[in-house]
Design a protein. Structure first.
Length: 377
């Protein structure tokens, strides 16, 4: 292909989860810049839907119907993804989704570069249960991510012979967490699974820190808050020190030590300043745009069927390691890393696994291939 490659970039850079959207858009932009410098011209169509579901739908329709895009990199929440997918199917496009999500989905019109539960929640519980116990408290955002992640957690706890001590939900922008924290204080769980989003999550972490200050049983070392959706780009929005010691799972952390990651961060900092940290959303959006463009070039067309054929043909070099896209599910095999929040608003990686093949429906067919969790500290 010699013409510019049109790619829709669909992220909410304003609204309750704006920090995540901005970081994802920045990662996509870096990939666009680097591809252009390498002679692969990208014509992006950027739209900010302001975290409004109806606006996501209209933005996707404009990209696919009016702007000539066959590929959209974007959406943050599962609610937005599920809203957009029928349109992507209608116009036979490809949605490149790069956030961790709740699984139980596989669509030929979606390429999943964010992890599903066997790539984040299951190995996380492999770490948590033997160390902290099997009596957790579950909190979540009141939509499909929170519901499904907590449903899976209940199953895992029941299968481990444990008991879920409580389960509560909040709307995306709700920050009144006092009643939930009081309930947690009374029930005294062994750990807390946090599936809240944006400001709700930040307020909750701050309240739990205050609880730990008056009752040491709730300090992170004794009763950690465990999240699969908290990233470096969000830590600046949390009261200083409030999240230190809490645990997060991701396929990438800024602090990962490798020559490739050091070189990548040097490029990011040369553009954005020495203090810029790279989140898993930044890294995954960057990876999605690079992979999308390179597969289109390899296929000689932006036709989704041809692009999928290229994607499935072999592993692709990426910041996340050699990236294999499964032909049956369109999911990437991804590494698992467990990070502990430090006082510098970053993560110390304390456990890892090499890339795990995705099992979005948790069939268990691939569980015997899962590599052992390597614990650093």
């Amino acid at each position: 292909m010699h013409d510019a490659i049109k790619i829709g970039i669909l992220y909410s850079t304003t609204g309750p989860y704006a920090a995540m959207g901005r970081d994802a858009r920045d990662g996509a932009q870096l990939a666009i810049d680097e591809l252009g410098a390498a002679g692969k011209l990208i014509e992006p169509v950027f739209i900010d839907p302001h975290a409004d579901i109806a606006a996501y739908l209209e933005a996707a329709r404009h990209m696919l119907r009016d702007a000539g895009c066959r590929h959209i990199v974007g959406t943050i929440t599962s609610a937005a993804r599920k809203e957009v997918i029928p349109l992507v199917e209608k116009y036979d496009g490809l949605l490149w989704y790069m956030c961790p999500y709740e699984g139980f989905e596989a669509n030929e019109n979606v390429v999943y570069i964010g992890g599903c539960p066997n790539q984040h929640l299951l190995p996380f519980f492999d770490y948590l249960l033997p160390r902290y116990g099997n009596r957790p408290y579950l909190v979540g955002a009141n939509y499909v991510w929170g519901w499904e992640m907590n449903r899976l957690a209940r199953e895992l706890i029941t299968n481990a012979g444990g008991t879920v001590l409580g389960e509560r939900y909040l709307p995306l922008e709700e920050t009144a967490v006092e009643r939930i924290v009081t309930d947690i204080e009374q029930r005294r769980p062994s750990f807390i699974l946090n599936n809240l989003i944006g400001p709700s999550s930040y307020a909750f972490l701050e309240a739990i820190r205050k609880l730990g200050e008056r009752d040491q049983a709730f300090l992170p070392a004794n009763c950690p808050v465990a999240s699969c959706d908290l990233m470096e780009c969000e830590l600046e929005d949390i009261r200083p020190g409030a999240a230190v010691g809490q645990l997060c799972a991701a396929s990438y952390f800024d602090s990962l030590g490798s020559a490739e990651n050091d070189a990548f961060k040097a490029r990011v900092q040369a553009r954005d300043g020495a203090s810029r940290r790279v989140s898993s959303l930044f890294a995954s959006a960057y990876t999605a745009v690079k992979l999308c463009a390179e597969a289109i070039v390899a296929a000689g067309s932006d036709e989704p069927q041809l692009v999928r054929r290229e994607l499935h043909a072999h592993p692709w070099p990426s910041l996340l390691g050699p990236l294999s896209i499964d032909a049956d599910t369109n999911h990437a095999a991804l590494p698992f890393h467990l990070g502990r929040i430090n006082a510098e608003n970053g993560f110390d990686v304390i456990a890892s696994r090499p890339p795990l093949a995705a099992d979005p429906y948790l069939t268990g067919k691939r569980s015997h291939h899962a590599p052992k969790l390597r614990v650093v500290s």
